[in-house]
Design a protein around this ligand. Structure first.
Ligand code: THU
Length: 126
């Protein structure tokens, strides 16, 4: 079902700018209108300014007027399945709280979660 999105997330790892951690993350975000936006982690020498792959993809989509997401595929080189960080869970859940989150090790090794299950209680202003 998500074969294309999964392979796009693996390709997106090549866009990673990660000279400090050497930990590449690629994201492919599928919008409600079936568009795919790519993201990769972008690191900064002032480490906390680093931006995660998922938020890069989300910001690209949102600023092109695509605010509803069906799924995000997240690919890394890790031997473990790499879950999105808390900040990315909050960020994505503000736009589509029950989207699918696909953790990708390879084209055939992946896990699919509902964002709601990974992040049941998001921060809300009211
Ligand atoms: N990273 C992501 O891109 N997404 C996450 O959800 C967690 C971590 C990146 C940030 C940093 O460049 C590298 O992984 C190591 O923490």
């Amino acid at each position: 079902m998500y074969e294309k999105l999964i392979s796009e997330s693996i390709k997106a790892k090549k866009l990673s700018h990660s000279p400090y951690s050497k930990f590449r993350v690629g994201a492919a975000l599928l919008t409600k209108d079936n568009k795919i936006f790519h993201g990769a982690n972008v690191e900064c020498s002032s480490y906390s300014l680093t931006i995660c792959a998922e938020r890069v993809a989300a910001v690209k989509a949102i600023t092109e007027k695509n605010k509803k997401f069906k799924a995000v595929a997240i690919a890394t080189d890790s031997n473990d399945f790499a879950f999105p960080c808390g900040a990315c869970r909050q960020f994505l859940s503000e736009f589509s709280e029950n989207m699918d989150v696909i953790l990708v090790k390879s084209k055939t090794k992946y896990q699919i979660y509902k964002l709601q299950n990974l992040f049941p209680h998001k921060f809300k202003l009211k």
